[in-house]
Design a protein around this ligand. Structure first.
Ligand SMILES: [Zn+2]
Length: 317
Protein backbone atom coordinates (compact mmCIF):
# COMPACT_ATOMS: atom_id res chain seq x y z
CA UNK A 1 0.00 0.00 0.00
CA UNK A 2 1.22 3.45 -0.94
CA UNK A 3 -0.20 6.77 0.00
CA UNK A 4 -0.23 10.11 -1.77
CA UNK A 5 -0.77 13.57 -0.32
CA UNK A 6 -3.82 15.49 -1.52
CA UNK A 7 -4.69 19.02 -0.38
CA UNK A 8 -7.11 17.48 2.12
CA UNK A 9 -4.66 14.89 3.44
CA UNK A 10 -3.07 11.58 2.49
CA UNK A 11 -5.06 8.91 0.65
CA UNK A 12 -4.20 5.40 -0.51
CA UNK A 13 -3.13 5.37 -4.16
CA UNK A 14 -5.94 2.84 -4.79
CA UNK A 15 -8.39 5.64 -3.96
CA UNK A 16 -7.15 7.93 -6.73
CA UNK A 17 -9.60 6.51 -9.28
CA UNK A 18 -10.19 8.37 -12.54
CA UNK A 19 -7.43 10.99 -12.48
CA UNK A 20 -6.79 14.03 -14.65
CA UNK A 21 -3.01 14.31 -14.47
CA UNK A 22 -2.42 17.89 -15.66
CA UNK A 23 -4.92 20.56 -14.69
CA UNK A 24 -5.16 23.80 -12.75
CA UNK A 25 -7.85 25.15 -10.47
CA UNK A 26 -6.67 28.72 -11.07
CA UNK A 27 -3.97 30.15 -13.31
CA UNK A 28 -3.17 33.64 -12.05
CA UNK A 29 -0.47 36.05 -13.14
CA UNK A 30 2.04 35.99 -10.30
CA UNK A 31 1.70 39.01 -8.02
CA UNK A 32 -1.03 40.83 -9.91
CA UNK A 33 -3.94 40.16 -7.54
CA UNK A 34 -1.76 40.78 -4.48
CA UNK A 35 -1.09 44.26 -5.85
CA UNK A 36 -4.50 44.96 -7.37
CA UNK A 37 -6.93 43.03 -5.14
CA UNK A 38 -9.96 44.63 -6.79
CA UNK A 39 -9.32 42.21 -9.69
CA UNK A 40 -10.29 39.27 -7.50
CA UNK A 41 -13.69 38.37 -6.07
CA UNK A 42 -12.78 35.50 -3.76
CA UNK A 43 -16.30 34.30 -2.91
CA UNK A 44 -17.45 34.40 -6.51
CA UNK A 45 -14.38 32.52 -7.71
CA UNK A 46 -14.64 29.86 -5.01
CA UNK A 47 -18.31 29.26 -5.81
CA UNK A 48 -17.49 29.00 -9.54
CA UNK A 49 -14.64 26.54 -8.92
CA UNK A 50 -16.63 24.40 -6.49
CA UNK A 51 -19.46 24.17 -9.04
CA UNK A 52 -17.11 23.24 -11.90
CA UNK A 53 -15.32 20.56 -9.88
CA UNK A 54 -18.54 19.15 -8.44
CA UNK A 55 -19.75 18.77 -12.03
CA UNK A 56 -16.49 17.03 -12.97
CA UNK A 57 -16.98 14.66 -10.05
CA UNK A 58 -20.52 13.90 -11.21
CA UNK A 59 -19.05 13.03 -14.62
CA UNK A 60 -16.64 10.50 -13.14
CA UNK A 61 -13.54 12.53 -12.28
CA UNK A 62 -12.32 11.57 -8.84
CA UNK A 63 -8.86 13.21 -8.71
CA UNK A 64 -7.32 16.29 -10.26
CA UNK A 65 -3.59 16.95 -10.28
CA UNK A 66 -3.22 20.72 -9.98
CA UNK A 67 0.16 21.60 -11.49
CA UNK A 68 0.01 25.22 -10.36
CA UNK A 69 3.36 26.34 -8.95
CA UNK A 70 5.37 29.53 -8.46
CA UNK A 71 4.89 31.49 -11.68
CA UNK A 72 1.24 30.46 -12.06
CA UNK A 73 -0.24 32.07 -8.95
CA UNK A 74 -0.33 29.10 -6.57
CA UNK A 75 -2.58 29.44 -3.48
CA UNK A 76 -3.04 26.08 -1.78
CA UNK A 77 -5.39 27.19 0.99
CA UNK A 78 -7.78 28.42 -1.68
CA UNK A 79 -7.48 25.10 -3.53
CA UNK A 80 -8.03 23.19 -0.30
CA UNK A 81 -11.26 25.09 0.29
CA UNK A 82 -12.46 24.16 -3.21
CA UNK A 83 -11.53 20.50 -2.69
CA UNK A 84 -13.54 20.47 0.53
CA UNK A 85 -16.57 22.13 -1.05
CA UNK A 86 -16.59 20.01 -4.22
CA UNK A 87 -15.54 16.67 -2.75
CA UNK A 88 -12.87 16.31 -5.42
CA UNK A 89 -9.45 14.93 -4.51
CA UNK A 90 -6.82 17.46 -5.58
CA UNK A 91 -3.06 16.89 -5.55
CA UNK A 92 -0.94 20.04 -5.21
CA UNK A 93 2.42 20.61 -6.87
CA UNK A 94 5.69 22.33 -6.16
CA UNK A 95 8.24 23.61 -8.62
CA UNK A 96 8.69 26.67 -10.77
CA UNK A 97 7.08 27.68 -14.05
CA UNK A 98 9.23 29.72 -16.39
CA UNK A 99 10.19 29.52 -20.05
CA UNK A 100 13.44 31.39 -19.53
CA UNK A 101 14.32 33.78 -16.71
CA UNK A 102 14.08 33.06 -13.00
CA UNK A 103 12.78 35.34 -10.26
CA UNK A 104 15.83 37.36 -9.10
CA UNK A 105 15.87 35.46 -5.80
CA UNK A 106 16.71 32.23 -7.59
CA UNK A 107 18.78 33.71 -10.39
CA UNK A 108 21.55 34.62 -7.97
CA UNK A 109 21.47 31.37 -5.99
CA UNK A 110 22.43 27.74 -6.50
CA UNK A 111 19.92 25.12 -7.76
CA UNK A 112 20.09 23.40 -4.37
CA UNK A 113 18.49 26.44 -2.70
CA UNK A 114 15.47 25.87 -4.94
CA UNK A 115 15.55 22.11 -4.37
CA UNK A 116 15.50 22.64 -0.58
CA UNK A 117 12.35 24.77 -0.86
CA UNK A 118 10.64 22.17 -3.05
CA UNK A 119 11.51 19.45 -0.52
CA UNK A 120 10.02 21.56 2.29
CA UNK A 121 6.79 21.90 0.26
CA UNK A 122 6.68 18.11 -0.09
CA UNK A 123 7.67 17.14 3.44
CA UNK A 124 6.35 19.95 5.67
CA UNK A 125 3.74 21.87 3.70
CA UNK A 126 3.19 24.64 1.18
CA UNK A 127 2.79 28.33 2.03
CA UNK A 128 2.77 27.75 5.81
CA UNK A 129 -0.10 25.26 5.61
CA UNK A 130 -0.03 21.54 6.26
CA UNK A 131 -0.91 20.91 2.58
CA UNK A 132 1.94 18.80 1.22
CA UNK A 133 2.84 18.84 -2.47
CA UNK A 134 2.49 15.45 -4.16
CA UNK A 135 4.27 16.16 -7.45
CA UNK A 136 7.05 18.33 -8.92
CA UNK A 137 6.58 20.61 -11.92
CA UNK A 138 8.94 22.35 -14.34
CA UNK A 139 8.72 23.73 -17.87
CA UNK A 140 10.66 23.97 -21.09
CA UNK A 141 9.13 25.92 -23.95
CA UNK A 142 10.31 26.87 -27.44
CA UNK A 143 13.28 28.82 -26.03
CA UNK A 144 14.74 25.49 -24.90
CA UNK A 145 16.78 24.75 -21.80
CA UNK A 146 17.98 28.29 -21.09
CA UNK A 147 20.19 28.80 -18.02
CA UNK A 148 17.13 29.58 -15.88
CA UNK A 149 15.11 26.62 -17.15
CA UNK A 150 18.03 24.22 -16.71
CA UNK A 151 18.46 25.32 -13.08
CA UNK A 152 14.78 24.56 -12.40
CA UNK A 153 15.00 21.15 -14.09
CA UNK A 154 18.04 20.22 -11.99
CA UNK A 155 16.41 21.49 -8.78
CA UNK A 156 13.25 19.50 -9.57
CA UNK A 157 15.34 16.39 -10.31
CA UNK A 158 17.20 16.69 -6.99
CA UNK A 159 14.02 17.29 -4.98
CA UNK A 160 12.53 14.24 -6.73
CA UNK A 161 15.48 12.03 -5.79
CA UNK A 162 15.33 13.21 -2.19
CA UNK A 163 11.58 12.62 -1.79
CA UNK A 164 10.45 10.17 -4.48
CA UNK A 165 7.47 12.26 -5.58
CA UNK A 166 6.98 12.13 -9.35
CA UNK A 167 7.89 14.85 -11.87
CA UNK A 168 5.47 16.34 -14.40
CA UNK A 169 6.59 18.80 -17.05
CA UNK A 170 5.44 21.38 -19.55
CA UNK A 171 7.08 21.07 -22.96
CA UNK A 172 6.94 22.57 -26.42
CA UNK A 173 6.34 19.36 -28.34
CA UNK A 174 6.92 20.90 -31.80
CA UNK A 175 10.58 21.47 -30.93
CA UNK A 176 10.89 18.10 -29.15
CA UNK A 177 11.82 19.62 -25.78
CA UNK A 178 10.87 16.41 -23.98
CA UNK A 179 14.05 14.67 -25.12
CA UNK A 180 16.22 17.50 -23.77
CA UNK A 181 14.36 17.31 -20.45
CA UNK A 182 15.06 13.57 -20.33
CA UNK A 183 18.78 14.28 -20.98
CA UNK A 184 18.99 16.68 -18.02
CA UNK A 185 17.00 14.38 -15.73
CA UNK A 186 19.23 11.46 -16.72
CA UNK A 187 22.34 13.49 -15.87
CA UNK A 188 20.80 14.03 -12.42
CA UNK A 189 20.24 10.30 -11.98
CA UNK A 190 16.46 10.39 -12.34
CA UNK A 191 14.63 7.17 -13.18
CA UNK A 192 12.79 8.38 -16.29
CA UNK A 193 9.81 6.16 -15.54
CA UNK A 194 9.04 8.59 -12.68
CA UNK A 195 8.55 11.45 -15.15
CA UNK A 196 5.51 12.57 -17.15
CA UNK A 197 6.59 14.53 -20.23
CA UNK A 198 3.69 16.96 -20.52
CA UNK A 199 1.96 18.45 -23.53
CA UNK A 200 3.18 15.56 -25.68
CA UNK A 201 -0.32 15.34 -27.13
CA UNK A 202 0.26 18.65 -28.92
CA UNK A 203 2.12 16.78 -31.68
CA UNK A 204 1.15 14.01 -34.10
CA UNK A 205 4.80 12.98 -34.49
CA UNK A 206 4.63 9.31 -33.48
CA UNK A 207 8.39 8.82 -33.91
CA UNK A 208 9.12 11.58 -31.36
CA UNK A 209 6.53 10.25 -28.92
CA UNK A 210 7.91 6.72 -29.18
CA UNK A 211 11.42 8.03 -28.42
CA UNK A 212 10.11 9.54 -25.17
CA UNK A 213 8.33 6.30 -24.30
CA UNK A 214 11.35 4.15 -25.20
CA UNK A 215 13.37 5.95 -22.57
CA UNK A 216 10.76 4.97 -19.99
CA UNK A 217 8.73 8.13 -19.38
CA UNK A 218 5.00 8.60 -19.42
CA UNK A 219 3.67 11.08 -21.95
CA UNK A 220 0.94 13.58 -21.14
CA UNK A 221 -1.80 13.65 -23.77
CA UNK A 222 -2.98 16.50 -21.70
CA UNK A 223 -4.36 19.42 -23.65
CA UNK A 224 -7.68 18.04 -24.80
CA UNK A 225 -9.88 21.04 -25.49
CA UNK A 226 -7.19 23.32 -26.88
CA UNK A 227 -8.51 22.70 -30.37
CA UNK A 228 -6.80 25.84 -31.68
CA UNK A 229 -3.43 24.10 -31.29
CA UNK A 230 -4.55 20.67 -32.45
CA UNK A 231 -8.09 19.43 -32.96
CA UNK A 232 -9.75 16.86 -30.73
CA UNK A 233 -9.98 14.52 -33.71
CA UNK A 234 -6.21 14.65 -34.29
CA UNK A 235 -5.43 14.30 -30.59
CA UNK A 236 -7.74 11.28 -30.38
CA UNK A 237 -6.19 9.73 -33.50
CA UNK A 238 -2.68 10.03 -32.00
CA UNK A 239 -3.75 8.38 -28.75
CA UNK A 240 -5.54 5.62 -30.69
CA UNK A 241 -2.47 4.97 -32.85
CA UNK A 242 -0.22 4.76 -29.79
CA UNK A 243 -2.69 2.39 -28.10
CA UNK A 244 -2.63 0.23 -31.20
CA UNK A 245 1.16 0.21 -31.05
CA UNK A 246 1.03 -1.05 -27.46
CA UNK A 247 1.66 2.15 -25.49
CA UNK A 248 -1.53 2.57 -23.43
CA UNK A 249 0.59 1.85 -20.35
CA UNK A 250 2.66 4.99 -21.01
CA UNK A 251 -0.04 7.63 -21.61
CA UNK A 252 -2.10 9.82 -19.29
CA UNK A 253 -5.01 12.04 -20.33
CA UNK A 254 -5.86 15.58 -19.23
CA UNK A 255 -6.98 19.04 -20.39
CA UNK A 256 -4.49 21.52 -18.85
CA UNK A 257 -7.59 23.59 -18.24
CA UNK A 258 -8.59 25.67 -15.23
CA UNK A 259 -11.71 27.06 -13.66
CA UNK A 260 -10.33 30.54 -14.20
CA UNK A 261 -7.23 31.80 -16.01
CA UNK A 262 -6.52 35.53 -15.75
CA UNK A 263 -4.20 35.58 -18.78
CA UNK A 264 -7.12 36.33 -21.10
CA UNK A 265 -10.62 37.80 -20.93
CA UNK A 266 -12.94 34.91 -19.92
CA UNK A 267 -15.31 35.61 -22.85
CA UNK A 268 -12.40 35.32 -25.27
CA UNK A 269 -11.33 31.94 -23.85
CA UNK A 270 -14.87 30.63 -24.09
CA UNK A 271 -15.15 31.70 -27.69
CA UNK A 272 -11.72 30.48 -28.84
CA UNK A 273 -11.69 27.10 -27.04
CA UNK A 274 -15.28 26.22 -26.07
CA UNK A 275 -14.40 22.58 -25.24
CA UNK A 276 -11.55 23.46 -22.87
CA UNK A 277 -13.22 22.47 -19.58
CA UNK A 278 -13.20 19.67 -17.01
CA UNK A 279 -15.97 17.58 -18.63
CA UNK A 280 -14.51 17.33 -22.14
CA UNK A 281 -12.56 14.08 -21.64
CA UNK A 282 -15.41 12.30 -19.83
CA UNK A 283 -18.13 13.46 -22.21
CA UNK A 284 -16.46 13.73 -25.62
CA UNK A 285 -12.92 12.37 -25.72
CA UNK A 286 -13.55 8.95 -24.20
CA UNK A 287 -16.52 8.18 -26.50
CA UNK A 288 -14.34 9.30 -29.45
CA UNK A 289 -11.50 7.03 -28.30
CA UNK A 290 -13.91 4.09 -28.14
CA UNK A 291 -15.05 4.90 -31.68
CA UNK A 292 -11.41 4.85 -32.77
CA UNK A 293 -10.95 1.33 -31.47
CA UNK A 294 -9.43 2.06 -28.07
CA UNK A 295 -10.60 -0.63 -25.66
CA UNK A 296 -12.25 -0.15 -22.27
CA UNK A 297 -9.20 -1.75 -20.69
CA UNK A 298 -6.85 0.73 -22.39
CA UNK A 299 -9.03 3.65 -21.25
CA UNK A 300 -8.87 2.41 -17.66
CA UNK A 301 -5.10 1.95 -18.00
CA UNK A 302 -4.64 5.57 -19.10
CA UNK A 303 -7.08 7.21 -16.67
CA UNK A 304 -6.83 5.04 -13.54
CA UNK A 305 -3.91 2.59 -13.52
CA UNK A 306 -1.16 4.82 -14.91
CA UNK A 307 -1.89 7.68 -12.49
CA UNK A 308 -1.84 5.18 -9.62
CA UNK A 309 1.47 3.71 -10.81
CA UNK A 310 2.99 7.19 -11.18
CA UNK A 311 2.25 8.00 -7.52
CA UNK A 312 2.96 4.55 -6.10
CA UNK A 313 6.75 4.34 -5.74
CA UNK A 314 7.85 5.98 -2.51
CA UNK A 315 10.96 7.43 -0.92
CA UNK A 316 14.36 8.76 -1.88
CA UNK A 317 16.89 7.00 -4.10
ZN1 LIG B 1 -0.51 23.30 -17.20
Amino acid sequence: MSSVNTVTGPIDTNQLGFTLMHEHVYVLSEGVIANFPRLWNREERIAQAAAALSAAKAHGVSTIVDLTVLGLGRDVSLVREIAQRSGTQIIAATGLYTYDELPHYFASRDANVMADLFVTDIEAGVQNTDVKAGILKCATDAQGATAGVEKVLRAVARAHRRTGVPISTHTHAATQQGLKQQDIFEEEGVDLSRVVIGHSGDTEDIAYLEKLIERGSYIGMDRFGIDTMLSMEKRVATVATLCERGHADRMVLSHDTSVYIDWFEPAMVKQAVPRWHFLHISDEVIPALRQSGVTEEQITTMTVDNPRRIFEPQGSY
